[in-house]
Design a protein around this ligand. Structure first.
Ligand SMILES: *Cc1c(COP(=O)(O)O)cnc(C)c1O
Length: 435
């Protein structure tokens, strides 16, 4: 009896996530959508046309991120067939700034959004056209603004300070700053993973103050080009995105009356999500297509000089990437299987549940060299860091695995490597390859 109580208590301590205690995988629970973007050959996952074991040998060591070129191209092609032809597709670089990947995207998308001078360097080095680069983000420094003006890119203004700094820079250098206004709209974006607009926010300028800001832009003689409305991220509900795009369009149309010159670009919205967790479904693009077609028709009448832009990060690159680490130990602790790997949250903070998630849920994961193994078990995959936060998969159904086997975390092409605290515990950084 005492033993049984101890066991229960242990089970509670073992998981910091109450909903996971006593949870077992069964068909009654929601499942991950199948990761069918990667083929399987002789039981091995194939990435960029190469079997995983051979790819690991080519890379030379684990852990590594691998991004599949053909999947990046396929995703952009899919969006092109769905979105109206006049809508321009931009890539938000912070999702994955790997230089080779950004270089590949130069040939696929119509433009880029950067959030720092560092990202600007990467996209310029990659050969992107400065006319099709925009720069958003709160707290742009004087130095960064000066670099952006010199580069000739579009700056999304987010404060009154930026207007006066840009006026000084333009005057001093004789180069007119190209600007758009990032608007913090007066509506909330419902059920988004991360809200970045509506209510009080550090992003953009509140819509009610934008007329005043536009007047200052006019007085300062900056080159006004348009509006940027970014209201949230990781949304899987088409109706919510449609509603936000309509509201954004209306806000921009209203504000255009105060603009010093006609609107040339209207950056409507990003935020398309990808399925990460059990129960998540892929975003249905059909309602978004219909709505964007309708908005494009309205724009042709109401803002005839405006190009419509949508700006996506994770939706373009997230599903094309995997994180791969190797099992170094297999332990049984009080009946539970733990697979200890050479990876961890220092490379992939998001999979551990510590990158903005409220409740930790498992990403899709598999033993990449045993994709068709008939013997399966429930196991927990952890990293090598000395903290209980270092979880890669908790109590998941997977092939029975041993030291030497390769763990694959899917949906890892966005907010992986550069969104993780690499220096934590002083292990080597992960390698990144584009295949
Ligand atoms: C982060 C960010 C994005 C990309 O968000 P995703 O969820 O990756 O699509 C787009 N635009 C701006 C301004 C951002 O800050």
């Amino acid at each position: 009896m005492a033993y049984r109580e101890a066991k229960t208590a242990n089970a509670k301590i073992a998981s910091p996530y109450p909903e996971a205690v006593g949870m077992t995988q069964s068909s009654a629970l929601p499942l991950h959508v199948p990761m069918s973007q990667f083929p399987v050959e002789s039981g091995e996952l194939v990435v960029g046309g190469m079997r995983l074991g051979r790819l690991a040998a080519r890379v030379g060591r684990t852990p590594f991120y691998a991004y599949d070129r053909s999947l990046l191209g396929r995703r952009v092609a899919e969006l092109r067939t769905v979105l109206p032809g006049v809508v321009r597709l931009h890539y938000a670089v912070k999702a994955n700034p790997m230089p080779a990947l950004v270089g590949h995207m130069v040939g696929l998308v119509d433009g880029f959004d950067v959030a720092s001078a560092g990202e600007l360097k990467i996209v310029l080095d990659a050969g992107a056209d400065p006319r099709e680069i925009s720069f958003a983000g709160p707290g742009k420094s004087r130095q960064e603004l000066a670099q952006a003006v010199a580069a000739g890119i579009l700056i999304n203004i987010e404060s009154f300070r930026e207007v006066s700094e840009l006026a000084e820079i333009s005057q001093a250098t004789g180069v007119a700053a190209r600007v758009a206004v990032r608007v913090n709209p007066d509506f909330e974006f419902k059920s988004s993973g991360m809200r970045m607009g509506g209510g009080p926010k550090q992003f953009g300028v509140d819509s009610e103050r934008v007329p005043e800001l536009l007047a200052e832009i006019g007085r300062a003689g900056l080159g006004f080009e348009g509006f940027h409305l970014f209201t949230g991220s990781q949304n899987l509900k088409a109706e919510t995105i449609v509603e936000a795009q309509c509201n954004s369009y209306d806000v921009a149309l209203r504000l255009a009356e105060y603009a010093p010159s006609p609107v040339k670009s209207l950056n409507l919205f990003g935020g398309f999500g990808i399925p990460y967790f059990p129960g998540d479904q892929r975003l249905d693009l059909a309602p978004i297509r219909d709505n964007l077609s309708a908005l494009a028709q309205r724009a042709a009448q109401e803002m005839p000089t405006a190009a419509l832009i949508i700006e996506l990060g994770r939706h373009l690159v997230g599903e094309a990437g995997i994180y791969v680490c190797r099992i170094v130990d297999r332990k049984i602790s009080r009946g539970q299987v733990f697979l200890v790997t050479d990876g961890g949250l220092h490379h992939h903070l998001a999979v551990s549940g510590n990158f903005g998630q409220v409740v930790r849920k498992n990403y899709p994961a598999a033993i990449g060299n045993k994709m068709n193994a008939p013997t399966r078990e429930v196991a927990t995959i952890v990293g090598s860091l000395c903290t209980p936060l270092d979880l890669l998969a908790e109590r998941m159904d997977m092939a029975v695995a041993e030291p030497g086997d390769l763990v694959v975390i899917f949906q890892s092409g966005a907010y992986g490597m550069t969104a993780s605290p690499q220096a934590f515990l002083s292990h080597p950084p992960a390698i990144e390859v584009l295949v």
